[in-house]
Design a protein around this ligand. Structure first.
Ligand SMILES: [Zn+2]
Length: 459
């Protein structure tokens, strides 16, 4: 008979209502819970004698006692020492169980774990530097984003459905994600936030949090009638008011928010994996898709970008990938022009219109706008003409030149062709070529502009 069964058979220790929940364990990590000192001491003694029977040792320094504050107003109850054989157990303020740090109160637990997750995620990021997760001379952006998704994001969101962080803490996690992605894509910090999600197809942390909670809830619903988690959920549903800080009160508002139906339906007919994806996952993802689409339209810096947000998919321009290490160095300019964060004279002038003129310093003909820089500046014509010729030929071969009727539309097409090029497999090779030439064009325009600019300021 296993230790956990023996502990359950005692009927002693912690209860939630009438449901016995005196121990939780995974592999060698066991947590014993109880309100009464003698109950807990009994369970510790049982664990010790079981360890002796099975001939293993309980780690005396890692085994600790943690007193939990029952509510906000009360203070931590004083209790006598617990004994592990002859040794007195240490009383601590924090202890890790199943990868989640537990502290003396629920609020603090959430704070500590969010901080912990962020620092662990940062460490995971740094450990990937060796694999090429750095802007200059590193991997291409698509691979870097894949590395982020597989190795950093799971660390960042570990256990959030359990310790249920509040909105301020969720924002901290989201900020970390946004900053990291901007760094990976070599975008400045002031780049519009929705463009991070649109380019990468990632979900905001809040959406991930909601999905994880609903997923966990459905998993509990799918358990047997006798399972402790299910019994607790059934009890809390019937007993707890909306104001209580019970975990079930994190689930109920979400069912209302996403219009997912009644909580009893899920308990009676739990969804299997494909049904869950089809119903819950799809509803939540669509909700956020609409939300991001709506706010992205309000950003003027994204006016040239195709702001169609497809969760789980890269933006068409990122999907293209890179053919060589040389091309990776061209991407920052490309992404800056795409997200409206490339600094031209008109942008600089906006901050100091008395000292800085908006007129293009290289040709001094008109204001240096994106259109002027990409299409009209005579000082850059030499670099522009040959590449432009090839781009135009490509557009012609795809029969798209009819749609590009004005310079504004041409600038639009150069910055984000995915608006007019249909996403069709037969166009794939041409899309790759088109993107290759556009990256080349932008990079050459950028370097030439800077060279001329430097020569001017040098004189
Ligand atoms: Zn000019």
């Amino acid at each position: 008979m296993s230790l956990l069964d023996r502990l359950a058979d005692t009927g002693r220790g912690g209860r939630i209502g009438t449901v016995l929940a005196n121990s939780s364990a995974c592999a060698d990590d066991v947590c014993l819970m109880g309100r009464d000192h003698t109950d807990v001491q009994l369970m510790i003694n049982m664990s010790l004698s079981f360890a002796n029977e099975e001939r293993y040792l309980l780690q005396p320094t890692k085994t600790v006692a943690l007193n939990i504050k029952p509510s906000k107003r009360t203070t931590i109850p004083k209790s006598e020492c617990f004994k592990l054989g002859e040794i007195n157990l240490n009383h601590v303020d924090t202890s890790v169980h199943l990868g989640i740090t537990r502290t003396t109160s629920v609020c603090e637990t959430a704070e500590v774990n969010v901080d912990g997750n962020i620092s662990k995620a940062r460490r995971a990021l740094y450990s990937l530097l060796g694999a090429g997760l750095h802007g200059h001379n590193g991997l291409d952006h698509k691979s870097m984003l894949d590395l982020y998704k597989s190795f950093v994001l799971p660390v960042l969101t570990y256990g959030i459905e359990i310790f249920t962080p509040n909105s301020t803490l969720i924002k901290q996690l989201d900020l970390f994600q946004r900053k990291t992605i901007k760094q990976i894509l070599s975008l400045p910090n002031n780049a519009a936030d929705p463009c991070v999600l649109i380019l990468t197809g990632l979900l905001p942390i809040e959406a991930l949090y909601h999905l994880k909670i609903l997923n966990f809830f459905n998993n509990i619903c799918g358990q047997k009638e006798s399972s402790i988690e299910r019994q607790i959920v059934v009890r809390q549903l019937s007993v707890k008011s909306g104001k209580s800080s019970s975990w079930i009160n994190c689930v109920l508002p979400l069912l209302v928010k996403y219009d997912l139906g009644d909580v009893d339906d899920y308990l009676q007919n739990p969804l299997n994996k494909s049904q869950w994806r089809l119903k819950v996952h799809k509803t939540v993802v669509n909700y956020w898709k609409e939300y991001i689409d709506r706010i992205a339209r309000t950003y003027s810096s994204l006016k040239y970008m195709n702001i169609q947000y497809s969760p789980g998919k890269f933006h068409p321009l990122i999907q293209v990938g890179c053919s060589s290490a040389l091309e990776v160095t061209r991407l920052p300019t490309r992404f800056r022009l795409l997200t409206g964060t490339y600094v031209l004279q008109v942008n600089r002038c906006r901050f100091n219109q008395y000292a800085i003129s908006a007129v293009c310093p290289n040709c001094k003909v008109e204001d240096e706008t994106v259109e002027h820089f990409l299409l009209h500046c005579s000082a850059l014509e030499q670099v522009r003409a040959p590449v432009m010729c090839r781009i135009w030929n490509l557009l012609e071969s795809m029969d798209l030149t009819k749609q590009v009727t004005s310079p504004a539309l041409l600038a639009q097409t150069l910055i984000d062709w995915s608006i007019i090029v249909p996403n069709h497999p037969s166009y794939r090779d041409k899309m790759l070529m088109l993107e290759f030439h556009i990256r080349r064009l932008f990079f050459h325009l950028h370097t030439t502009r800077y060279r001329l600019y430097k020569e001017l300021s040098g004189n």
